[in-house]
Ligand binder design. Sequence first.
Ligand code: 2P0
Length: 337
Amino acid sequence: MEPVMKKTDVVRAILGERFHMTPSHTVGKAFAPTNIALCKYWGKRNQELNLPVTSSLSVSLGDKGATAEIKIHHEPEDMIILNGESVSSNTSFSKKLIAYLNLFRPAGMRFHITLQSNIPIAAGLASSACGFASIICALDKLFDWKLAPQQLSILARLGSGSASRSVWSGFVEWHAGIREDGMDSHGEMIAYSWPDLCVGLLILNQQEKIISSREAMQCTVQTSALYAAWPSTVNRDLQILKEAIQDHDFHRLGCAAESNALAMHATMLSAWPPIQYALPETLLAMQTVWALRQAGVPLYFTQDAGPNLKLLFLKSESDCVRHSFPAIDIVQPFICN
Ligand code: 2P0
């Protein structure tokens, strides 16, 4: 059955007359940070528009993310350069990107896109989130659309759900919304800073995902009996996280984030076929975190659709965390480098 509302309908509704504008500049360039969800987006109510079942909440990772540079390309095909290397148009990466650009290009126009990312692609570090967010922001500059951040967030969501949160730095809540056209499903910045907050990126395995998060969430929604409990888990965790952010209550923030991630993975374990992103090294790292916590170190983790962990702690614990996890890459989301 054809979806009622298509991506192109959303683009036309937001751009209006601007859809027919020719580029005002020779190049549009924008950076978007990657984001780590403290309360996860897991499950869609609309596959076409990437509309989520629940709201979610993330923290953007400062200067870790992607920079997109887009120009008009006077050739028959788009040219895509990823981290300095040209990418063939028949890879799944290019196909996804070209399908996204098709939503915005005036007839016959081709683009030259340079995407530079300073995070490992496909290592569960939300590379598609910052990729699509940087691309829509670069298109906005190229065409001089001057869209509002919430409109950019809606358009970024059409590429990848979590990209709707990468339009901002700091804490961001993505409101699930209730409308069928998704015009109320966008990110919103939570205007609280937390300079001492650290996110440690613990790359445990760089292999490609066993299953894409898109397929994994669909399988979970369709087959997991535990998924019925997910919306109420999210409601509880979102409330706690927002209060913890306001109060700078690190313990509450860490507990809610870790518990939310584990609850999401529990829904996957109870799906059929079962989905398990953790590897032995993931479980070992979790056990180290739990042992340190038992010993009094305020340290928590979150895990996305991959085997790697993101550790949450305050700056005062940095040395201790580095000692236990020498390979960790520590980011302070609220401190500019
Ligand atoms: C999140 N993830 O909130 C959750 C937690 C993975 C685990 O958003 O299908 O790449 O493109 O909307 O955004 C990854 O999902 O999925 C994700 P699509 P997306 O960060």
